[in-house]
Design a protein around this ligand. Structure first.
Ligand SMILES: Cc1cc2nc3c(=O)[nH]c(=O)nc-3n(C[C@H](O)[C@H](O)[C@H](O)COP(=O)(O)OP(=O)(O)OC[C@H]3O[C@@H](n4cnc5c(N)ncnc54)[C@H](O)[C@@H]3O)c2cc1C
Ligand code: SF4
Length: 503
């Protein structure tokens, strides 16, 4: 064997796993199709990020009608977390159980929240989470406090928070993975700038999968990272029960490598694509796909940006500090979950241009940017067998996706607008994110106890192939309405414990 373990994909799932196994002394190979994000001034340039898509994957996917689109995905060491908003949240305890929504049931997990809780605590420590316990009515039980105090709101946001609280809401401080020393800011790696969400951090002060996991993992002599190396297929033994070789493509052509254990962590869409691409005589419909579930049950959250304009100037620099979870499980006249609301990074005119309902001049967009407070509204979507990833005959990724559970999403937007109208906001525009915004892609290889209805067992090992695991966003059978990455990281830490025993 060339290695004890090969991990494919250096994002949230794969990077965390490499980090957690690094001190075992086992020979670990981490394979990443992208390279390191170049550190350059363009990292913080809104023109480059929003108008040019400078770092976006140079790839098109197809929708159900075979129309190509540009996915907002990032193939880099650190994966999509290089660009994430760093709001890392626990799912709520109830999200681990069947939860009734307008469009159906969000299925429960084969694990309870209590069984998972300890890994959330470890993940919060690894990603240096800043937060404040006790202000959120939906907060699940926690065995430890957040490692660092919450980032305080800037004056405009504190004023909004105070007035929302006066209406009876419970605005919370967002739980954030930024390396900010709140008490002694002059000693901080993070400068609390206006180009954080959704930009990469030029100072490496954002805890992402590269800075928190991959960089420390590769300090170990037993961990090797191969960048600019795409895994193209997994090859099995003749009986189909083990992965024998991992086929890689580099600028030197194709070659293969072997390991005792192989972990796929390419992100929900690419992990499914790799398994489907690896079909062979023993696995004619795709690797580990006896259940016909590989690629199915894709979810992405219902997301909308809500831009709220007031006469007052919003001079906030780092805006992503506030969330509202009061309507997570129900609303004033709704006995079903609506979702969560959070602020985004302060929208510059280029970001507003990207989602403006009509063609607006730069001067208008700049005016709106100066006066807006920018919100992000998220409602859970439900797993559907027909929402799936497939491959075309020439190997392209095709995504069949029909959104669901939109009624509560629109109700949540409307509720937020009503609250904001009672403040000084008078103009709103909301834009629901389209198919290209696959930021929260999950599902496609869900875990479960029944090999007929799930791809992975409870330890994220495939039911069908004994040395093959999937440890990224694919495993989630449902994801609540919270941002998914803390759960992906916590799960990778959990699986690392199982793998230590196997190895
Ligand atoms: C703009 C943006 C904002 C976001 N904000 C938040 C947020 O605030 N909070 C939150 O919780 N989540 C956020 N997310 C989502 C978060 O980034 C993802 O949940 C997380 O990165 C998913 O982890 P993963 O391991 O499944 O996939 P990824 O992190 O995407 O990692 C997959 C890796 O596999 C590599 N890869 C793919 N195919 C292959 C192959 N065949 N061979 C080799 N390597 C391969 C990819 O290049 C990538 O590096 C955001 C995402 C985006 C894009
Ligand atoms: S706010 Fe802090 S973590 Fe975010 S990009 Fe700026 S310096 Fe980096």
């Amino acid at each position: 064997m060339d290695y004890d373990i090969i991990i494919i994909g250096a994002g949230a799932g794969g990077g965390t796993l490499a980090y957690a196994l690094a001190n075992t002394g086992k020979r670990i190979l981490l394979i990443e199709r992208g390279g390191y994000l170049p550190r350059e001034k363009e990292n913080w340039d809104a023109d480059e990020i929003f108008l040019q898509g400078r770092y976006q994957a140079p790839e098109q996917w197809l929708d159900a009608q075979s129309r190509p689109f540009d996915p907002q995905a990032y193939y880099l060491v650190g994966g999509n977390t290089k660009f994430y908003g760093a709001a890392l949240q626990r799912m709520r305890a109830e999200d681990f159980e069947d939860l009734h929504h307008v469009d159906g049931v969000s299925p429960g997990w084969p694990l309870t929240y209590d069984e998972f809780e300890t890994y959330y605590t470890q993940a919060e420590s690894l990603f240096k989470i800043h937060g404040q316990q006790g202000e959120d009515p939906t907060e699940p039980p926690m065995s430890a406090d957040y490692p660092f105090p919450a980032l305080p709101h800037e004056p405009r946001i504190q004023a909004v928070s105070n007035r929302l609280a006066a209406q009876g809401l419970n605005p919370v401080h967002l739980t954030l993975a930024v390396d900010r020393n709140v008490e002694q800011p002059h000693q901080s790696a993070c400068i609390r700038c206006d180009t954080c969400d959704p930009y990469p951090c030029l100072l490496n002060a954002k805890l992402d999968a590269q800075t928190a996991c991959v960089d420390p993992a590769v300090q170990h002599d037993n961990v090797t990272l191969l960048t600019n190396t795409q895994v193209t297929r997994l090859l099995t033994t003749a009986d189909g029960r083990h992965i024998d070789r991992v086929e890689i493509a580099t600028d030197r052509g194709l070659s293969t490598l072997s390991a005792q254990v192989v972990v796929v962590a390419c992100g929900a869409i690419n992990s499914a694509a790799l398994l489907l691409k690896s079909a062979n005589a023993q696995h004619p419909h795709g690797l580990a796909n006896r259940s016909d579930q590989v690629g199915r049950n894709l979810m992405k959250h219902n997301h909308s940006a809500l831009i709220a304009i007031a006469p007052a100037v919003n001079s906030t620099v780092f805006q992503k500090t506030l969330g509202i979870h009061d309507y997570y499980f129900n609303g004033p006249s709704q006995d079903y979950p609506l979702g969560q609301i959070q602020l985004t990074g302060k929208a510059k005119w280029q970001r507003l241009k990207q989602m403006a309902p009509t063609d607006m001049t730069q001067a208008w967009l700049e005016y709106l940017s100066k006066h807006s407070v920018d919100w992000w509204v998220t409602t859970e979507d439900l797993p559907r067998a027909d929402n799936r990833v497939e491959l075309t005959h020439d190997g392209k990724i095709q995504v069949h996706f029909t959104p669901n559970n939109l009624k509560p999403h629109m109700e949540l937007i409307s509720l937020l607008e009503q609250h904001l109208k009672e403040l000084d906001f008078y103009l709103f525009w909301h834009q629901r994110m389209d198919l290209s915004v696959f930021w929260h892609q999950v599902g496609t290889c869900r875990f479960g106890t029944d090999p007929q209805t799930s791809v992975l067992d409870v330890n994220c090992r495939t039911h069908d192939v004994e040395n093959l695991y999937v440890v990224d966003a694919s495993f989630l059978p449902s994801m609540g309405a919270m941002n998914p990455t803390l759960t992906i990281v916590a799960n990778a830490l959990r699986v690392a414990g199982q793998l230590k025993a196997v190895l």
